[in-house]
Design a protein around this ligand. Structure first.
Ligand SMILES: Nc1nc2c(c(=O)[nH]1)N[C@H]1C(S)=C(S)[C@@H](COP(=O)(O)O)O[C@H]1N2
Ligand SMILES: [Mo]
Length: 366
């Protein structure tokens, strides 16, 4: 069947065509999730990678663009042009998952019986790409990092001037990149062209797109994205001065079943597939339970790498009727998914074990 023109629409604010078949529209106009039941491989194609933007995608001319590394934490500021970046440093490629801290927010709201402001994400705010670029460390060393440097903050060129600091340690890590390419193509406009940061294992908001400057600071940096947004706010997260709760950095263990929600299946033997992600850690094992019965081990089908999701599957021959599939992944430090995630005001880090609803009928309902 040919794809109808109606299935692909042009969205103001987003450059790539958004396909209803592969993407979920959150309704904000700028944020589109990747459909869990349409994930053909380990990597998410550039066309289907989820989009989360606070402002419209800026159109940047790489020939007139430059990147400045400065701030009171460097010896001497340096500026690089786009071509310099491709040539001056070793190019590094890493496969890394990006997940928005607000992924599964709608399910979190339902669980707590409360409405939550913010992009109404289902399960689609997570995707994985092979990123190619230069190590942030190499860039920082070119400017000379002072021994008393504390925080590093990429600053963006989009309308909202997105910015979020990270610790110097994280900025110097082997797999913290200034990415120039995604899955073997120059970064697409919506994903940060000409350059974006990839902060492995941290919340998506740390991976600043459309970077125009990198500031190195001797003092801890406080900006809205680490004092009031992307912060766990709630009874268990006391405020500290201007910081309203606990700022989010590394992500917890999460799992995704590659089925629609609710799912429709036929009563025959089949493989159920999914992926689990543990932020900076590696997935060690994945267990599943049908209808809240005994836990069984799923089979891991990727070797498992810190910072990227690991795929898994199990075989199932369901009886007709209503069922649930629950999945609980564990990482190599023993962290696992909880039965319940305590309330936080902005609905972040919902990594609870979900009961995925499945209806099994002889003829799938249309
Ligand atoms: N400049 C800029 N960078 C940004 C954002 C943004 O709005 N502006 N959104 C952040 C958030 S919240 C997420 S989850 C990721 C999403 O990256 P993607 O759109 O490539 O999937 O980008 C981050 N980087
Ligand atoms: Mo995000």
């Amino acid at each position: 069947m040919a794809t109808s023109d109606a299935a692909v629409s042009t969205v103001p604010g987003v450059v790539k065509p958004i396909s209803d078949e592969f993407m979920e529209d959150t309704g904000t106009g700028l944020d589109f999730g990747t459909r869990a039941d349409r994930m053909p491989g380990r990597l998410t194609s550039n066309d289907h990678f989820f989009v989360r933007s606070h402002s419209p995608t800026p159109r940047i001319d790489a020939d007139r663009w430059s990147l400045r590394i400065g701030g009171d934490g460097v010896e001497a500021p340096v500026t690089f042009g786009y071509d310099d970046l491709w040539r001056a440093f070793p190019l590094v490629s890493v496969t890394r998952t990006i997940e928005c801290a607000g992924n599964r927010r709608v399910l979190f709201g339902r669980e707590h019986g409360r409405r939550i402001a913010g992009t109404p994400w289902g399960r689609g705010a997570v995707s994985t790409a092979e990123w190619t670029g230069v190590r942030l460390r190499d860039l920082l060393e070119a400017a000379g990092v002072r021994p008393d440097a504390h925080d590093v903050m990429p600053v963006a060129l989009d309308e909202c001037r997105a910015r979020r600091p990270m610790s110097l340690d994280k900025a110097l890590a082997d797999d913290t990149l200034l990415a120039l390419a995604m899955n073997g193509e120059p970064l697409p406009p919506d994903h940060g062209y000409p350059a974006r940061v990839v902060v492995s294992g941290w919340l998506g908001a740390a991976s600043i797109k459309w970077v125009g400057a990198i500031e190195v600071s001797r003092a801890p940096i406080q900006v809205p994205w680490n004092t009031e947004d992307y912060v766990l706010i709630g009874p268990e997260h006391p405020a500290h001065g201007p910081v309203l709760g606990t700022p989010i950095n590394a992500l917890p263990v999460t799992s995704l079943v590659e089925l629609d929600w609710p799912a429709r299946l036929e009563p025959r033997p089949q493989l159920v597939r999914g992926r689990s992600f543990a932020g900076e850690q590696r997935i060690a094992s994945v267990a599943y339970s049908i209808d809240r019965g005994p836990w069984r081990e799923a089979r891991l089908t990727d070797s498992g790498e810190a910072g990227a999701w690991t795929r898994w599957d199990f075989s199932w021959h369901p009886e007709p009727g209503e069922h649930t599939i629950s999945v609980r992944a564990t990482d190599d430090t023993g962290r696992t998914q909880p039965a319940h995630v305590p309330w936080n005001r902005l609905g972040y880090l919902n990594n609870q074990i979900l009961d995925h609803p499945v209806r099994v009928t002889a003829k799938p309902a249309s």
